[in-house]
Structures are given as structure tokens and as C-alpha cells.
Design a protein around this ligand. Structure first.
Ligand code: PMP
Length: 287
């Protein structure tokens, strides 16, 4: 495994970060999770747009131009000889002193890790996941700025811990008002009487790239789609529920908090969207 570290290509053993790095000390940084399908970087521009927007918002100077970043991604993939996999791109504030002042960190650090991906088994896409709602709420600064994909994932980790305790793969997080926000690392959709719903980002959901792809596919396939807030009640009585994310793709949910969703397996809209999504990923991307 070859890792990109500040312009150098190093082995996993040599890919080390300083204990004074503010990404480590304070979660001060941003990241992206990106998929490689068939040798192509899926939605490369969208991911880099989100990365550079997140950086601007937190006043983090990425030391690479957009084109240089794209070239670094392509070169890291080439050196790892992967046709299908997952890219983790991290930009941290870099090493500074122990205070939290980012002006004491002279240069951001850029790290690119490319890996094979352990996703859900294929049966899970047909049978659907079991999920639960958790007591952890989308925390306020994050909920107000859900578009920043920051390294502060403690809230999401607390959701994941609750999911683990319940023995499920993904859980449903509400915002402080009780509206459904998203999963620990996935966006959520429901389908009711042929209409597809997903929470608007202001409810406290990341502007997911997979979410955007599904919104586009709904338009293409003629499904009516509404971005509006909904509650757990709406989830329980939905005909279909599914999560979307770079790693999970489009995965059905068959049960939430003990309530069977629809027929208790991947429904027709979810299955169609997954099939179309898989066609799209083969076509799109940077070579
Ligand atoms: N919400 C959160 C909190 C996430 O971390 C992710 C994964 N990036 C998503 C949603 C899904 O976003 P995407 O489709 O861009 O992977």
C-alpha cells in the first residue's frame, strides 16, 4: 500500500503524522471518502468541490491546486494498482503548538489513502438492513454547518457506538428538534405512495454526493422527490427506507426500531435506484 503524504509517496509504515498535528489534537481538518469504480474516480469534481468549500469555510489553505489534487489522486491510485476501491483524502491543519490557534500551524497536511473496501454483503442489498434510532442528536454547530465535512466525527462515533450496542450496521440520528437527520455516515431516504423523501440539509444532514446522485436519478426515472423534514413516525410507516453513502451506495432498510418497513425487504423503488446507481458508477468519472 502506497500512501500520499505531502507530495511524497510512502509505505504504510512510513506514513506518520506528528503528535502536534491539529487534526490529531483538535479534529481540525476536513476529509473526503471517494470511490473508484472500474478505474474511474466517481464524482471526482463533486468531492473536490465539497473539499475546497469545506476548506474555505474553516479558513484552511490547501497547499495543492484543484488540478494538482486531482493528479495526486490519480497517481496514488495508479501506484496502488487498484481498479475498484475507496479513497480517503484528509487535509489537516498540520503541526502547530498545543494551543488551538490555527495561525500557529504553518502548513496544512495532505494525506491520500487508497484501499480495498469491505462493504455490506450482496444479500444485504436485497434483504435490507435492520436499523434503530438512537438518542444521540446531531450536534448544533455541525447541524448548522452540515456541509463542512470536518474531522470532528465524535457525534457520529457516538451514534456508531449505539448502533453497535443494538447490533445493527447503521442507525438513525435525529436533530435537536426531533426531525430525522441522517445515519452515522449515510444520508437517509424514505418512499411513501411512490414519492421519495429525504431531509433537507438544514435539518442537519451532510450534502452527500450519493444523495445528490439519487436526487438526479429520481428526476431521470420520473419519481417525484421532496426534500422536506420528516419524523420517525414517517419512517415507521414508510413503504421503503434506504440509506445512501459513498461506501454503502444505496442500501435498503427492512426494519426500524422493531417496525417492519413495507414488505420487509428491498422495495421496488430502492431496487430500481440501486440498479440505476450501479449503471451510473460504471460510466462516470476521471480516468
Ligand atoms: N452523512 C455523513 C455524516 C457522512 O459522513 C457521509 C459519508 N461521507 C454521508 C452522509 C454520505 O455522503 P456521501 O454520499 O458524500 O458519501
Amino acid at each position: 500500500q502506497v500512501i500520499y503524504l505531502n507530495g511524497n509517496y510512502v509505505s504504510k509504515e512510513d506514513a506518520k503524522v506528528s503528535v502536534f498535528d491539529h487534526g490529531f489534537l483538535y479534529g481540525d481538518g476536513i476529509f473526503e471518502g471517494i470511490r473508484i469504480y472500474n478505474g474511474n474516480i466517481f464524482k471526482c469534481k463533486e468531492h473536490l468541490d465539497r473539499l475546497y468549500d469545506s476548506a474555505k469555510s474553516i479558513m484552511l489553505d490547501i497547499p495543492l491546486s484543484y488540478g494538482e489534487m486531482e493528479a495526486a489522486l490519480v497517481e496514488t491510485i495508479r501506484r496502488n494498482e487498484l481498479r475498484d476501491g475507496y479513497i480517503r483524502l484528509v487535509v489537516s491543519r498540520g503541526p502547530g503548538n498545543l494551543g488551538l490557534d490555527p495561525t500557529r500551524c504553518p502548513a496544512a497536511w495532505v494525506i491520500i489513502i487508497v484501499e480495498q473496501l469491505a462493504i455490506y454483503p450482496e444479500e444485504a442489498y436485497r434483504d435490507g438492513l435492520v436499523s434503530v434510532s438512537v438518542s444521540q442528536r446531531r450536534n448544533l454547530p455541525e447541524a448548522l454547518n452540515p456541509k463542512i465535512k470536518s474531522l470532528n466525527y465524535l457525534n457520529n462515533i457516538l451514534v456508531k457506538i449505539q448502533a453497535n450496542l443494538a447490533g445493527v450496521g447503521e442507525a438513525i440520528m435525529l436533530n435537536a428538534q426531533g426531525y430525522v437527520a441522517e445515519g452515522s455516515s449515510d444520508n437517509i431516504f424514505i418512499v411513501k405512495r411512490g414519492v421519495v423523501y429525504t431531509p433537507p440539509c438544514y435539518v442537519g444532514a451532510l450534502e452527500g454526493i450519493t444523495r445528490a446522485t439519487i436526487i438526479e436519478l429520481c428526476a431521470k426515472l420520473g419519481y417525484s422527490l421532496k426534500e422536506e423534514p420528516f419524523t420517525l413516525h414517517d419512517v415507521y410507516v414508510a413503504d421503503e427506507v434506504f440509506f445512501t453513502g459513498t461506501a454503502a451506495e444505496v442500501i435498503a432498510v427492512r426494519e426500524v426500531d422493531g417496525r417492519t418497513i413495507g414488505e420487509g425487504k428491498a422495495g421496488p423503488v430502492t431496487s430500481r435506484l440501486l440498479a440505476e446507481f450501479r449503471k451510473t458508477v460504471e460510466l462516470d468519472g476521471v480516468k
